[in-house]
Design a protein around this ligand. Sequence first.
Ligand SMILES: Cc1ncc(COP(=O)(O)O)c(C=O)c1O
Length: 464
Amino acid sequence: MASNRFFFKLLLMLARVGLFKTIYRFQPSVVALAQVNESHSKAAMDKFSLPERFIGTEKSVWVEYIQLALKHKPLNLGQGFPDFHAPENVTKALAASATSENPLLNQYTRGFGHPRLVNALSKLYSRILNRDLNPNSEILVTSGAYEGLFVAIHGHTRPGDEWIIIEPFFDCYEPMILGAGGTPRFIALKPKRTSGNISSGDWVLDKEELEGLFNEKTKGIIVNTPHNPTGKVFTREELQVIADLAKKWNAIVISDEVYEWLVYKPNEHVRIATLPGMYERTITIGSAGKTFSVTGWKIGWAYGPANLIYNLQIVHQNTVYTCATTIQEAIAIGFEQEIARYGQPDCYFESLARDLLPKRDYMASFLREVGMNPTVPEGGYFMIANWTALADKVELSTEKDQYKDYKFTKWMTKNVGLQGIPPSAFYSTEHKHLGEDNVRYCFIKRDENLQEAARILKEWKARQ
Ligand SMILES: Cc1ncc(COP(=O)(O)O)c(C=O)c1O
């Protein structure tokens, strides 16, 4: 096939330069044949090009920055995962499940969720939501929160449906909506202040702008609290505004709550599903990766009313079908143990946020010391910081990217040895400029690595 194409291309080329005329007297028909073949092979290749609904979604900041890290080996504060050991109770539970006397723990389990895990999730969330969640019809176990988002969006999108996305946003929301044939509509959180001590609570939505986005085509809104990348923990009042609009326009809410246990006191995580009349129209997404610091295990879940979860089950059964049994068993055991000590200081749901608080404060202080202005997060394990006061120390012109934060983070990776993520990746094309002045760092890292980051930045700052 490839050699045929090459042969006809060669014929066409020879014919075009006229050489062929002298050696082949049927030249016109050969040229025509070669041309037909060229257009056929182009059509054949077009057949395998990226379908239109994915055009524009090719670029992934994760793919690009992992490559960058592999090449330059910086201290990586980019991607969101701990660089320390996961809690022993879950890793031991995984080892025990894999080597259990029960051979079935290494075989396929129930497609919509391993029974022991959906039962544990139902027990936990029934208690928190103060209503009985049916483990079989109101909970779906997914391959990470990522798949939970995918099946929620695909299971509830018809062509032309509109989804409201709050910027900056976890970057997969937009391509998932586009891939499902929907239309994303964007609204940006904006900081009330840009100098002095900024908290993620200063990043707010404009109520009128939000109201203006809702219409008959609105299928739903995606809310992420605690929020990646700002660390904002939406207040009850803010969620009430969203809930009232969702009810007014008969829209649903996908509530991405993967950082539900990472909230720094006195802030409080409010689940929008617990607001009056909201359980009926909310799909809540969770992540075992974030809950138990095992991001590589890729187990998540969605819970909500059976009629909404049904659509997710259909997409799940026809794509992933079932998630890893052994890992679900281990997470179930982890939940059972945490449920037994729920509300106590040694419960991992409490202790992880407590352990992260000094890391958050340390990062905020060393970023300030070198001249950046961080937004101190109320939740999650990311911190965005305005780097523009340091612009004269960076050779942005050596980087080819369109956006300043991409240039800054790439230059820092290559020349200073510290990697962050460019927040413009979390904005729609028309709003990317809103993210350009910031960089996102992750602080769920060992103290020595945070100290190393501080050292790298201070030494760089001291350079002429
Ligand atoms: C806001 C948000 N949602 C979803 C996910 C995906 O979670 P998981 O690793 O469980 O797929 C992440 C991961 O970073 C995230 O930050």
